[in-house]
Design a binder for this molecule. Structure first.
Ligand SMILES: Nc1ncnc2c1ncn2[C@@H]1O[C@H](COP(=O)(O)OP(=O)(O)OP(=O)(O)O)[C@@H](O)[C@H]1O
Ligand SMILES: [Mg+2]
Length: 290
């Protein structure tokens, strides 16, 4: 687990805030429990609400190394767990003297020296504090979940030629998902669950000001209120925290000091990325034509 284990949910909140990640009580408590119970943490929620950043912040706050497995369609064992270095094995076979018994060569080439470790195995074998981020797990095929299960429930990996590799020290595991598909019950059962949603305007204001300290607090206030209003509209893609932060940087760059209708109309492309969303927001907020 992480080196410097958290002592309480408040301790989690304080130490994450120190690395500019602001949590609410539910998030801090779940992170605390995941660390204390040594259970993987499954974080689900819409895009851009800070799921990936949570894992990064925990790593930074605890001085652990972050090891990331980015999931995608077609991800397989060779990319997630380990792979044998065939080229090197072939060279060894060619270099072996002709009278070496095949059993001997076979034993030689299935050793650690010929193993290419991928994120899951790397994380399991580390003796230093580690945060293992399994990012966007819903993007993989169901078969990959089976691979994850062994790692997440027993913190071990079985390599047929080598045997079972058990964790020297359990990593703090964060699995994120946008819920584009349901993850299996088996996977969920092994994890603690946290649903991250858009923050309240008060918290989002703090987040924006933590990331963009140069922004005037009153402008930050206007910004998060507008973002909250936009999220009530039925948009294809609601603005996320990431977009609010971009918006703040944009206002600074343009030297705008008031987020009035004209300013919103001018900068809407930073927050809304679909033409139909623009049209809807412009109509609902009665923005002047650009
Ligand atoms: N609670 C928070 N405190 C500080 N920054 C935050 C917080 N939540 C989100 N952010 C900021 O929002 C940005 C987006 O967060 P992140 O990339 O973690 O989103 P995500 O939920 O992983 O999105 P996606 O589903 O698209 O991967 C980050 O750059 C981060 O700085
Ligand atoms: Mg992410």
């Amino acid at each position: 687990m992480v080196d410097d284990v958290f002592t309480s949910p408040d301790d989690v909140a304080e130490r994450l805030a120190a690395v500019r990640y602001l949590t609410d009580t539910a998030t801090a408590t779940t992170v605390y429990l995941a660390a204390a119970l040594e259970k993987p943490l499954l974080v689900e929620g819409p895009a851009g609400v800070g799921k990936t950043q949570l894992a990064k912040a925990v790593a930074e706050a605890t001085g652990a190394e972050l090891i990331r497995l980015q999931c995608y369609e077609g991800l397989d064992e060779a990319r997630a767990l380990y792979e044998w270095n065939y080229k090197k094995q072939l060279l060894r076979i060619q270099a072996a003297s002709p009278d070496t018994a095949w059993e001997q060569t076979h034993d030689d080439i299935f050793t650690d020296e010929f193993l290419l470790t991928r994120p899951l195995l790397t994380a399991i074998r580390r003796s230093e504090p580690t945060v293992l981020l399994i990012d966007e797990a819903d993007k993989t095929d169901v078969e990959v979940e089976a691979l994850l299960l062994e790692v997440l429930s027993d913190f071990q990996v079985t390599i047929p030629e080598l045997g079972t590799v058990s964790a020297v020290r359990r990593p703090f595991v964060v699995v994120t998902s946008n819920a584009t598909r349901e993850l299996s019950e088996a996977l969920k059962r092994r994890c603690l669950y946290l649903h991250l949603d858009y923050p309240t305007p008060e918290r989002e204001r703090e987040i924006v000001l933590a990331q963009v300290p140069e922004l005037a607090p009153a402008l930050a206030e206007q910004l998060v209120r507008t973002a909250a209003t936009l999220r009530t509209l039925e948009l294809k893609k609601s603005p996320s925290v990431a977009e609010s932060i971009d918006w703040a940087r944009t206002l600074l760059a343009l030297g705008l000091s008031d987020l009035d209708e004209a300013a919103i109309a001018q900068t809407l492309g930073v927050v809304l990325k679909h033409n139909s969303d623009h049209a809807r927001a412009s109509a609902e907020l009665r923005l002047p034509a650009r």
